[in-house]
Write a protein of this length. Structure first.
Length: 59
């Protein structure tokens, strides 16, 4: 994630989204973890396809 922040590489964002999809599959016993991972996976997928964040910066 840090490398993506440094480079903005869409392939790295797609990799993070795929890893979060694995976490979603493994979180059957933890609904909060699954919900959080789904939300993050959607945002990372968006960054991987558009190269931009869907939210506003906190900085």
């Amino acid at each position: 994630m840090t490398r993506h922040a440094e480079t903005g590489c869409p392939k790295l964002a797609q990799l993070v989204a795929r890893e979060l999809q694995v976490l979603i599959q493994l979180s059957a016993d933890d609904p909060l973890l699954g919900t959080t991972a789904r939300h993050l996976a959607q945002r990372w997928q968006l960054m991987g396809t558009t190269g931009a964040s869907s939210g506003t910066s906190v900085h």
